[in-house]
Design a protein around this ligand. Sequence first.
Ligand code: 26Q
Length: 756
Amino acid sequence: MSSLQTYVKDKFNQTIKESSDAELYSALLEMVHDKSRELPTNDDKKRKLYYFSAEFLIGKLLSNNLLNLGIYDDVKAELAKYGKDITDIEQVENEPSLGNGGLGRLAACFLDSISTLGLNGDGVGLNYHFGLFRQLFKDKLQFTDKDEWITGEDDWLVRSQTSYTVPFNNFELSADLYDIDVLGYQQDTRNRLRLFDLSTINEGIVGDGINFDKKDVIQNLTLFLYPDDSDHDGQMLRIFQQYFMVSAGAQLVLDEAVERGSNLHDLADYAVVQINDTHPALVIPELIRLLTERGIEFDEAVHIVENTVAFTNHTILSEALEKWAMSDLERIVPHITPIIRELDRRMKEKYPQHPYTNIIDLQDRAHMASMSIHYGFSVNGVAALHTDILKSSELRAFYEIYPEKFNNKTNGITFRRWIMDSNPELAMFLDKQIGKSWRTDSDLSKFLKFKDNKKVQKALQDIKQDNKQRLVDYLEERQGIKVNPNSIFDTQIKRIHEYKRQQMLLLYAIHKYKDIKAGNVPQTPLIIFLGGKAAPAYTTAQNILHAFLTLAEIVDGDKDVNEHLQIVVLENYDVSYAEKLIPATDISEQISLASKEASGTGNMKFMLNGAVTLGTLDGATVEINQLVGDDNSYIFGKHSNDIISLYETNGYNPQDYYQTPEIKELVDFINGEEMVAHGHKDHLDSLYHEIVSKDFFMTMIDIIEYIKVKEDMLEDYEDQSHWTSMVVENIGRAGYFSSDRTIGDYNRDIWHLESK
Ligand code: 26Q
């Protein structure tokens, strides 16, 4: 009897054939759990990485774990023998929404690579019961609901014996540790994602949607990821969450280091703490506090922490650079504020000529990035351009003091999830053409020689078509939307934010609609897929979604147009959706305002899956363009240095662009008669005014060129042989973006962990 059969028999006393998908899922989960727990952790190695992050957007784990254990194909075949389809069973699993977007997904890719490379490294974060939120569309508007993913029985969380006490001003909370095993690809060791949960949590306090009493921290602390922080109570809850995470995490770091043989004086030889953006930055004063509590002198404690903590920056948007009022910190965590003040005093004494790098500013607010740079030993950006901008403008004053701390680590993606799992047909085809070594060394360059090979081209076109069909079926099942698989699939999927310029794609869609109405019918139909959540308090982002949903309805209802153009807005875009959309896509939309997107990682996933990039020279898209060249990517728009000077000189006036007739016509459509007849006038007016009078992210500066380049691209698609040669070029050069490469770089330059 196979092992799955044994589990099914033991658990349900029946055969595979007799079992439902839910029962099979449950049995498989137990089987994988048992197999993973047989693997030793890497804790026999002296030095260990702790990747502290408020977000880990891990996605579903069943198929990924089966793949990493090397038993996916066997399990699939065995299920098939009894008429069961593994993809149906995968649907049973809930996807945890423990992240907003790129930063959280990056953390998940990194954990996969750390385990795959056999490095000793765990993730440390929080176990949010209802994740971020579930997005629902009603009346063409976004609504939010709690996203329940913990089932109690059939999830991946394993309660450990460990709990820590976390002190706050007038009370203490207890942090219970849950572990999720992180398996590496073909690895015989495992690491863990360590998630802390509030012992006194009460799910029952959540009312309608995602409403709950933000002040009731004793019951709410780990209910949601970043609940709305537009109000003061929300911001205070964020401080509670961050401190809860880092205090419990720091206790874990110290206890485990001692277990591995540290005397704490030598902590920096035993542990490295990477902080994922500033959200875990309070770990710096907390570690200092705990070390002094354990008998180490303050000066030495500071020195130890300086050699233990490293910081990654993920954004240059100033509103995302966290600063906390000292008065708020004093009310919530008074035992660390004297430490923050002392850290600030010391740096002011040492660098009096660098006021821009102060930790505490003139309004008595503590800057988390400043603290992390002064008291960490490494600062990295997440793509070459991003790191350059940090050095030359955003963090320039710090770079002058500490040039040796700055380094770039261009982001990456795990090939296990983003091709082997999500695009098995392409993965198998690559095996056939270039052998299987790419699965472990990420080297796809041998594929380049097939650029003009007609048979290879035909095979790639067939694979893309199959992936389109899979997406079409999934869309119908998930959202009840029907689409024509014989279309060009054009996709923008990411959080809704003005700097990412979904509103520019909207203007393109308006252009296309009008153009088709005017009789310019495209040879191949075009489908524009838009997916992303909008922060509940971010009005313009909500309005952009509303405008898309409204335009989608207009286009659908228009007989002259609907055979040639469709706009599909994906509800509750998540990792599972991405896994279906990316392999099916032809055009990868990476259209942020140059200088604003730190890296992007979706851009890499699309490239690996044979989509061609349409983008600005921003983030890692710059590196994609360098790798494939201008002949194999479609680049448009102003460059980052021009944009940075425009901001510096206040040189962008939206009216200058709005008055151009071609632009005016598109923008006016937003709250014109047709849109208002289908949508809500107030939302559409508000979006219109935002663009016409503010346009903070300069939509109109690039729109004309965007439309032109995109039309060229659509025309080029019609020459399928040429198009597919570009696809080969993109796939063949995607190896650089493997997160195994990124993690190798982190380890070589920052972590120095012993490799296998
Ligand atoms: C900050 C303060 C208050 C409330 C929320 C926040 C907050 C929350 C989430 C700030 C930032 C985030 C997430 C940022 C993020 O996802 N950044 C993305 O990181 C990716 C991985 O490096 C990059 O590829 C993207 O370019 C970057 O936008």
